[in-house]
Design a protein around this ligand. Structure first.
Ligand SMILES: Nc1ncnc2c1ncn2[C@@H]1O[C@H](COP(=O)(O)OP(=O)(O)OP(=O)(O)O)[C@@H](O)[C@H]1O
Ligand SMILES: N[C@@H](CCO)C(=O)O
Length: 441
């Protein structure tokens, strides 16, 4: 090493030594001036908790976000709040403890709850008792603790719906309290109904699901979903099949089966821009009556016909192949029987709808509503030129058939809802000062 190099090395050594000393001094100063409560420090505990300190000699990392005891996000941290820098398990334990505290809080019984549930259209032709979609018409049910039982209703079917405990909303609430293993308190119910009553648009399933959800919230009971779909199990066991209740719970198109142990459902993707044009007769069609006209057995060729159609239906929906929908909704299991016994307008209306531009048409649920799917919608109906869409001409054609058969009714145009049931108001709310849920809109 020559002289110049020696000088250079000495200067570098002195500079780095000075730098280190300066950093150390600044660090000390910072530590003294910083308030302890908000600090993120490494320190060796004198009174470390047994679970951590006694098993490992350790430096401990302090996580300022959570307090282990209260589970609350807060600014002050206790002196014994200590963690190892790499103690992943301990950090997870704390986070879980914090979440448990939130879950505990949200599992407290509530005074009152409002649940919104969508209409639904079951079968879609060949998918008898297994396929259905959520329809963008909503009923709102409020259930509150009260001195005595009462049901009040406004809107569609307000007069007709049972006002005693045979109302399916009460059935749902009872099932929820049984699941929670808690006694059901006296409750009052108010229904704002926008789902046509007993018309094949799932009014009974919506009532069941609304009741179960309301009951669970009031009872403060959470159900698991992953691998069990517990809410679906309760609802489908009351209804007997999942074709309406699955879309009411999850939204969208759903296909549901019983796998021998439990109900299982899957979402079928739905084509964008699809509209639902519905002819809703003025008369009530009870599902019980529409099931009574069906025979217990069908022929092998009819079974084969339906198997092929249902496969086509799911394929057409999933791939957005709208041309194939008209084959996909064909059925020999219930529509011909119901048309013959109860709804003579059905097949002429399906034909008229398809000839005037609908992708397909079928009996909605057990009827009497007839549902047509049309395409071409882009955003809201009021923001698009009429000639770009077919819903108006399809509606007109369906109405003409109804008139010619002397069936009074109305046309409603809406779309599938990708969203299912949801809680819109709770007292006391789930929302806190930190998180706002949609429980207070
Ligand atoms: N809150 C409720 N809302 C609607 N129907 C109820 C309610 N509570 C009890 N019901 C019973 O359910 C019947 C309506 O169910 P039904 O299955 O016949 O029609 P839907 O559910 O509207 O149509 P679908 O099942 O064909 O889609 C009513 O006639 C009534 O007896
Ligand atoms: N899958 C049912 C729907 C009505 O609940 C039926 O067609 O009878």
């Amino acid at each position: 090493m020559n002289n110049d190099n020696t000088k250079l090395a000495t200067t570098a050594l002195v500079a780095s030594g000075l730098g280190a000393a300066l950093s150390y001094l600044m660090f000390q100063r910072q530590q003294k001036s910083r308030p302890r409560s908000n600090s993120m420090t490494f320190h060796i505990p004198s009174d470390a908790p047994k679970s951590i300190g006694n098993s490992r000699t350790s430096f401990i990392f302090q996580d300022p976000e959570y307090d282990m005891n209260s589970g609350d996000r807060q600014s002050s941290v206790s002196d014994t709040t200590i963690l190892m820098p790499h103690s992943h398990e301990e950090r997870m334990r704390r986070r879980i403890a914090a979440r448990m505290a939130v879950e505990d809080e949200n599992s407290q019984p509530r005074q009152s709850v409002t649940v919104r549930v969508p209409a639904s259209s079951a079968n879609c032709g060949p998918g008898y008792d297994c396929i259905g979609l959520a329809v963008d018409l909503w009923t709102e049910v409020t259930v509150s603790r009260a001195d005595e039982f009462e049901i009040t209703a406004e809107g569609d079917g307000a007069e007709e719906m049972p006002k005693d405990d045979s109302n399916y909303i009460v059935t749902g609430v009872k099932a929820a309290y049984e699941t929670a293993n808690k006694p059901m308190p006296p409750l009052k119910y108010h229904v704002v109904s926008r789902i046509p009553y007993a018309r094949g648009l799932g009014s009974s399933s919506a009532a069941i699901v609304a009741g179960i959800i309301a009951g669970l919230v009031l009872a403060g009971h959470r159900l698991p979903v992953w691998g069990s779909e517990s809410l679906l199990q309760i609802a489908a066991s009351i209804e007997g099949h999942p074709d309406n209740v699955a879309p009411v719970i999850y939204g969208g198109f759903q296909v549901g089966i019983h796998n021998g142990t439990r109900w299982v459902t899957e979402r079928i993707p739905s084509p964008p821009g699809m509209q639902c044009v519905m002819f809703i007769p003025d008369f009530i069609g009870k599902t019980s009556a529409a099931r009574a006209v069906l025979k217990d057995t069908i022929s092998r060729s009819d079974a084969a016909f339906n198997i092929g159609r249902v496969a086509f239906l799911v394929h057409a929906l999933a791939l957005g192949n709208l041309d194939n929908l008209k084959w996909g909704v064909q059925d020999r299991m219930h529509q011909p029987q119901r048309a013959e016994g109860l709804y003579p307008h059905l097949f002429p209306m399906i034909k008229a709808a398809e000839e005037s531009g609908a992708c397909c048409a079928f009996l909605s649920g057990a009827g009497p509503t007839v549902m047509a799917f049309t395409s071409g919608a882009s955003g809201d109906i009021f923001t698009q030129r009429e000639k770009e869409r077919t819903d108006y001409s399809v509606a007109k054609a369906m109405m003409e058939v109804a008139t010619s058969y002397g069936v009074k009714g109305r046309i409603v145009v809406t779309q599938a809802s990708q969203e299912g049931a949801r809680v819109v108001k709770v007292d006391p709310p789930f929302s806190s000062e930190f998180i706002t849920f949609r429980d207070n809109v």
